[in-house]
Write a new protein. Structure first.
Length: 337
């Protein structure tokens, strides 16, 4: 790990003023950045601590009737908060299924959605003995034809097949949350369902398919999230992993439904660990309106959305796993599991 300068700020405007400088990184909980620095993924010359900025850890219903969650709220604080449990159950579950309790006491919701892929080729200590376009642009992607059982089935390119591993990001995308951003050009909001970019989307925008991962500019900072509070909305999060304790998802699914009796009035479904962004099943959502909340009625709609999957050599199982994780999330959200 290289030497770096450290500064602590107490005001958001000070953080915004500093983040635009070259080789400057923000730190809050620190559960990701310190790993990046140890592995050589990031080598900032200056680290700015934003963990003491007042007000950015609050959770409340705002004046517009939306659930507002500050970026510095920890995963445990979000997962255990009564308002989140009541209005955004899938997000509460996703936060409490992310990492160990000790890490959740430090990790913030703002930082969690910015974590990088868990691809083993990417997460190795520098210097890398294999190609990785995220670490060494233009070198190639070792996972494309290598060990790719945990990698993408949607949105990948030959430049990169990595997935976004955040649990809360999947729930936020499913619940139509917006991420609130501040920067030197002022504030803006971005829908969480489009905040992350797949490799294909980055390439279509003329950007580096491997290294561009989000719509957050280098001189901007996440300050919070806003979620609509909908009458009768029920949601759930399902995480499939190799072990129950502090493991990343092989596949995850978040679902939110509003019911008319035994039928679905509206539904939203997002998958995790299948692409470099949470993957909304738009075709399934359109077909689910009016369906009975039964396995037999739900599966044809889910299958339609999964026809676009492009599994790699070793991860075809993810298509089946995603199908059943989404089904379980819908049934659980609707109370029929």
């Amino acid at each position: 790990m290289h030497d770096f300068a450290y500064a602590r700020v107490a005001q958001l405007r000070d953080a915004v003023a500093r983040i635009g400088a070259a080789d400057t990184a923000l730190i809050a909980g620190g559960t990701e950045l310190l790993n990046w620095m140890r592995l050589g993924i990031a080598e900032p010359t200056s680290v700015v601590d934003i963990g003491r900025i007042g007000g950015l850890d609050q959770i409340a219903v705002d004046g517009d009737g939306r659930l507002a969650i500050g970026a510095l709220a920890t995963l445990n604080a979000v997962g255990e908060h009564a308002l989140v449990i009541r209005h955004a159950g899938a997000l509460a579950e996703a936060c409490l299924k992310a990492a160990s309790a000790q890490v959740r006491n430090r990790a913030t919701l703002g930082g969690n959605v910015l974590q990088k892929t868990r691809c083993a080729y990417f997460r190795a200590e520098a210097p890398l003995p294999w190609p990785c376009n995220k670490r060494m642009p233009g070198s190639g992607c070792a996972a494309r034809d290598g060990l790719n059982e945990r990698h993408a089935i949607f949105g990948w390119t030959d430049a990169c097949v990595a997935v976004q591993p955040s649990d809360p990001a999947v729930a936020l995308a499913c619940l139509d949350a917006e991420v609130e951003i501040e920067g030197p050009r002022g504030g803006r909001s971005v829908p969480m369902r489009s905040f992350h970019l797949t490799q294909q989307e980055a390439a279509e925008e003329g950007q580096d398919a491997a290294t561009l991962e989000t719509r957050l500019a280098h001189d901007e900072v996440i300050v919070g999230y806003r979620l609509p509070v909908l009458q009768g909305l029920r949601s759930a999060y399902v995480k499939v992993r190799e072990r129950e304790s502090y493991e990343y998802a092989l596949v995850s699914a978040a679902a939110a439904v509003q019911l008319d009796g035994a039928r679905i009035r509206s539904a939203r479904v997002a998958l995790g660990s299948v692409a470099q962004r949470p993957w909304r099943l738009a075709a399934a959502e359109a077909r689910l309106a009016g369906c009975e909340l039964t396995r037999e009625a739900l599966l044809p709609a889910l299958d339609e959305s999964l026809r676009d999957a492009r599994p790699l050599a070793h991860n075809g199982y993810k298509v089946t796993m995603a199908r059943h994780a989404a089904l379980r999330a819908l049934l659980t959200a609707g109370g029929a599991a």
